[in-house]
Design a protein around this ligand. Structure first.
Ligand code: MG
Length: 158
């Protein structure tokens, strides 16, 4: 058994769509990024890659690559899962937390779980997505950005 950890944060700006966990969320701002800025999926990607010591997202999906401009981060998630499978490891579970003051994410968490589970080929019971505010503190508390963290466990095959 091995574990991986991932973290990401992006700036909230006007004129962008907010996409978290592959789910479009109605809000006045969205996350700035070369891709769709989906911090949750980026954190999970880094956790997947980290669990197998494969490096990080920047190694496989550089923001200098025009191919990934405004790309759906679901592509990154599916590719990270493929890279992990290639090592012969099996993904056991994913747990993630989104840190955002606004908007209220509770109504969207189940849809995010379903999207992530489907992309990773996991049963729903093996995927957890939670949301927290940071009690008004820091950049997330001021609504300047949204952060996410994730851990995954993998089983190395004999
Ligand atoms: Mg990112």
């Amino acid at each position: 058994m091995r574990v991986g950890i991932g973290f990401d944060a992006h700036r909230l700006v006007a004129g962008r769509s907010l996409v978290l966990g592959g789910v479009a969320i109605p809000f006045e701002k969205g996350l700035l990024g070369h891709s769709d800025g989906d911090v949750l999926l980026h954190a999970i990607c880094d956790a997947l890659l980290g669990a197998a010591s494969l490096g990080d997202m920047g190694k496989y999906f550089p923001s200098s690559d025009p191919k990934y401009k405004d790309a759906s981060s679901m592509l990154f998630l599916e590719e990270a899962a493929r890279l992990l499978r290639q090592t012969g490891s099996r993904l056991s579970n994913v747990d993630a937390t989104i840190i955002a003051q606004w908007p209220t994410l509770q109504p969207y968490l189940e849809a995010m779980r379903e999207r992530v589970a489907k992309a990773l080929g996991l049963e729903l019971t093996r995927v957890s997505v939670k949301a927290k505010s940071s009690d008004g503190l820091g950049f997330t508390g001021r609504g300047e950005g949204i952060a996410a963290m994730a851990v995954v466990a993998i089983e190395e095959q004999e």
